[in-house]
Design a protein around this ligand. Structure first.
Ligand SMILES: [Ca+2]
Ligand SMILES: [Ca+2]
Length: 415
């Protein structure tokens, strides 16, 4: 082993000690798939404690997986529980929190850092179906950037597979985290399926046609878009019957590759803000037939560039059979609109022997406080709320109610 190589290996190994004080848990990606198992060719230094393959998927930004590449060992494999349409792969490479750090290998100097980057660079990221390679999503091109945010890399795959393999033939593979996403969004609890979705007009450009149906296809890579001229400026979701509509969840912009030079809105922060302004201030209202019942809220988009900032939840809590998004200037542009209903639950007092006087009769009005008196000492919890109530003999406590529904949260006896 050459002196240079020994030095490089030492540099790689010594970086771990720097990382003890990092913010540890990484942000969950939207529509993230959790791999069932991670394996790699040959764990660096046979040190499973520091460099195990599993460290690539433990969501901990202070732990990394490292494998050597000699004798064909240069691979890290993530098995998924089934075949998915794999949208993208997000790789957290180096996550320095203390640059410059005088006694720690790669962080000791810029020269050392660049040598480490070179040793870790050029990792191929490919999707496999079983043993058969489907597609290379790209070859990781690490930068010499010293900022943390430069060290997160997104590769687009957009192909089906059940396995992700990172590989290379020289140097090492060292990654702190690998996140894999699909394009399908999660279904909301109590979600209503729309029977029809229409919009005033449909925007078409070089990226495709933004059909109304894209707003409800549960695919986070497809969007509906309408202009406000030519009778446009509205997107309508209709349901099979009248529901008590609880909330509307709108997935707005779903950038998969910020910064992305091919998408105008993603070319610069200034462009992004222009796009946000153009698509902002969308009214979201519940209708019964043609009659507006209530505006849930006017969508206030933020300039946040993080994906997690781009999901908006609006509370409606009113009855209707139609949801309409509308505005008078600019465009409406949404990737997904999910609408949920509230199921009314009856409150069975026989299950709660510590309670009496459960009244009034339903339905009740928004904000009603239902007073409950206890016959004997008991303690209750609101299952779907965040309060735990202690109830002593003869005392009372209240529940907030919503129209035509018994309780916001169900009660259970803890002891
Ligand atoms: Ca990790
Ligand atoms: Ca969609």
């Amino acid at each position: 082993m050459t002196v240079v190589r020994q030095l490089v290996l030492l540099l790689i190994m010594s970086t771990v000690d720097v990382l003890g004080v990092l913010p540890k848990v990484r942000q969950q990606e939207i529509a993230e798939i959790t791999p069932t198992i991670a394996t790699q060719g040959k764990t660096f230094g046979n040190n499973e404690e520091l460099y195990a393959a599993g460290h690539a998927i433990d969501k901990d930004l202070s732990t990394k997986a490292v494998t050597t590449t000699d004798n064909g060992a240069g691979w890290l494999k993530l098995k998924l529980d089934k075949t998915y349409f794999i949208h993208k792969v997000v790789i957290y490479y180096r996550f320095y929190n203390n640059w410059y750090y005088p006694s720690e290998g790669c962080a000791e100097s810029k020269v050392n850092f660049m040598a480490c980057v070179d040793r870790n660079n050029n990792v191929d990221v490919s999707v496999y179906q079983g043993e058969v390679k489907q597609k290379s999503c790209g070859t990781l091109q690490l930068t010499y950037g010293l900022e943390q945010s430069d060290q997160i890399y997104t590769l687009l795959c957009n192909i089906e597979g059940d396995t992700l393999i990172l590989s290379k033939n020289t140097g090492v593979i060292a990654v702190y985290e690998v996140a894999v996403t699909m394009t399908e969004r999660e279904e909301e609890i109590g979600e209503i399926t729309s029977t029809s979705v229409t919009q005033g007009n449909t925007i078409t450009n070089s990226k495709g046609t933004y059909l109304a149906a894209h707003a409800i296809d549960k695919d986070l890579s497809t969007a509906a878009a309408t202009r406000t001229d030519n009778d446009g400026g509205w997107l309508k979701l209709e349901f099979d019957k009248t529901y008590f509509i609880h909330k509307v969840v709108i997935y707005y912009r779903f950038y998969n590759n910020w910064y992305n030079p091919r998408v105008w809105c993603a070319q610069s922060v200034a462009n992004f803000k222009t796009c946000v302004d153009n698509e902002n201030n969308v009214d979201v209202s519940v209708y019964q037939g043609e009659v507006q019942q209530k505006s849930c809220e006017t969508l206030q988009l933020t300039y946040g560039l993080e994906q997690s900032d781009q999901i908006y939840t609006l509370l409606c809590d009113t009855e209707g059979d139609t949801l309409i998004l509308s505005k008078n200037t600019g465009n409406i542009f949404v990737f997904e609109v999910a609408v949920t209903k509230t199921e009314c639950e009856s409150f069975d007092t026989t299950k709660f022997p510590g309670l009496e006087d459960l009244s009034p009769e339903l339905p009740v009005f928004p904000g009603t406080i239902l007073t409950v008196k206890c016959e004997k000492p008991a303690r209750f919890a609101i299952i779907s709320g965040d309060k735990t109530l202690t109830c002593v003999q003869g005392s009372t406590f209240g529940f907030s109610l919503i129209p035509k529904c018994a309780l916001v949260g169900k009660c259970k006896t803890l002891f």
